[in-house]
Design a protein around this ligand. Structure first.
Ligand code: PMP
Length: 410
């Protein structure tokens, strides 16, 4: 369903730049699951892309203090000097990349960073290479900015990672960007320095292609995975790399809406032009809170990641114990992306045939009362995504229900 089909009946025609954008599959499933819950059905929702932890108290205190001390006015357009300094120090401390303050930008979530970057750089028809499965906003934002998403399928056997050959083959004279996300939403796959190296070699041979890396889940990595960001691996690419990050996932601050990026000065400046006419600046209070998050204690991150790792292990083992499902062990984030090819062609107890991952997820919601998101929403089928950012008790019940529902298929 596109925006067009929903609003045309109201006698309204949207601008062509948004007419091809679909209503998010994730939001649709979420809305259906919530409606079922309101009807008294015991639905377990494993769809949400946010930590179930709360924002730590020292961060909330910094926000209260900002309110009390009058930090309640417009701030500098793309971030307060205090927050930019905290981001600069974070990049040096954690990523070994040094950005000057005017090479750093702050926006209302990493989503707006991506939006600013695409609006600031794409001309109509410019191509952006996006490996699938991908976070759906990537292609939607590219399309709103009138660019052309070039989707490249990255299979489970390749660890859901783009290969150098695939990247080389996808590059054309019209390519403006390649977008990489490690660890990935939805697959949880991450790129080590060795995984990145061949891709960066390809990019070194194509100086017109810029690299956008989304490091949003950098702190949520398992089994001692060594997170690394491309600008640190290959300084020769730093001048055309936008390193995107944010406080939403690591610090459980999704509602505070602060994302940031480091990149070449001219790009950062162009992005500020977009932002200046969209929001003027991110929330002053949230910026104070984000500075406290980056400058403050970091030890709780390890504890929370350990808890996520426990849940990952529970979910991966539970899924792989079910005949017909095949779940790769993710290196990070809080998602599993499990293959469900073994369920296709089967029939549900009520006589419905399962032809696609969307059918399978509809069956799980209707019969098992578990809401998960089909791979079709992320551009790679047949798979489904589970967000395990919920309690172990709830995950255990959900896995039991999924197992029972799968066993009932004929
Ligand atoms: N990147 C990825 C990969 C994400 O999953 C999300 C949130 N779902 C974002 C960016 C955006 O985060 P925010 O706008 O909350 O900073």
């Amino acid at each position: 369903m596109t925006i067009n089909s929903t609003v045309e009946e109201a006698g309204f025609a949207p601008a062509s730049r948004i007419s091809a954008i679909g209503v998010s599959e994730i939001l649709k499933i979420g809305a259906r699951a919530q409606a079922m819950k309101r009807d008294g059905k015991p639905v377990i929702i494993l769809g949400a892309g946010e930590p179930d932890f709360d924002t730590p108290d020292h961060i909330k205190d910094a926000a209260s203090e900002a309110i009390r001390s009058g930090k309640t006015k417009y701030t500098a357009l793309d971030g307060t000097p205090e927050l930019k300094q905290a981001i600069r120090e974070k990049f040096i401390r954690e990523n070994r990349v040094s950005y000057e303050l005017d090479e750093i930008t702050v926006a209302t979530g990493a989503k707006q960073i991506l939006f600013n970057a695409m609006m600031a750089t794409l001309n109509q028809g410019d191509e952006v290479i996006i490996p699938t499965p991908y976070w759906t906003s990537y292609s939607d934002i590219v399309q709103i900015a009138e660019g052309r998403p070039v989707l490249v399928a990255c299979q489970a056997e390749a660890g859901f990672r783009l290969t150098a050959e695939q990247l080389e083959a996808a590059i054309t004279p019209k390519t403006r960007w390649v977008m990489l996300n490690s660890p990935s939403n939805p697959s949880g796959a991450a790129y080590s320095a060795a995984d990145y190296r061949p891709l960066l070699e390809v990019l070194l041979r194509h100086p017109h292609v810029w690299l956008l890396v989304d490091d949003m889940y950098e702190h949520i990595v398992y089994d001692d995975f060594a997170f690394v960001t491309p600008a640190a691996i290959e300084p020769r690419l730093k001048d055309r790399t936008l390193t995107v990050n944010g406080v939403s996932k690591a610090y459980a601050m999704t509602g505070w809406r602060i994302g940031y990026a480091g990149g070449p000065r001219a790009l950062i400046k162009a992005m500020a032009v977009v932002q200046s006419q969209a929001t003027s600046c991110p929330s002053s209070i949230s910026q104070a809170a984000a500075a406290a998050a980056l400058n403050g204690p970091q030890d709780f991150l390890k504890e929370r990641t350990a808890s996520f790792q426990h849940r990952r292990d529970l979910v991966v083992a539970g899924l792989n114990a079910i005949e017909g499902l095949d779940c790769r062990v993710p290196e990070g984030a809080f998602y599993t992306y499990s293959g469900c090819a073994g369920m296709l062609g089967k029939t549900t107890p009520s006589g419905r045939r399962i032809d696609t991952d969307t059918d399978f997820c509809a069956y799980l919601l209707d019969d098992a009362h578990v809401a998960v998101v089909p791979g079709s929403a992320f551009g790679l089928s047949p798979f489904f995504r589970i967000s395990y950012a919920t309690s172990e008790a709830e995950l255990a019940v959900a896995l039991e229900r999924i197992a029972k529902a799968c066993a009932a298929l004929r």
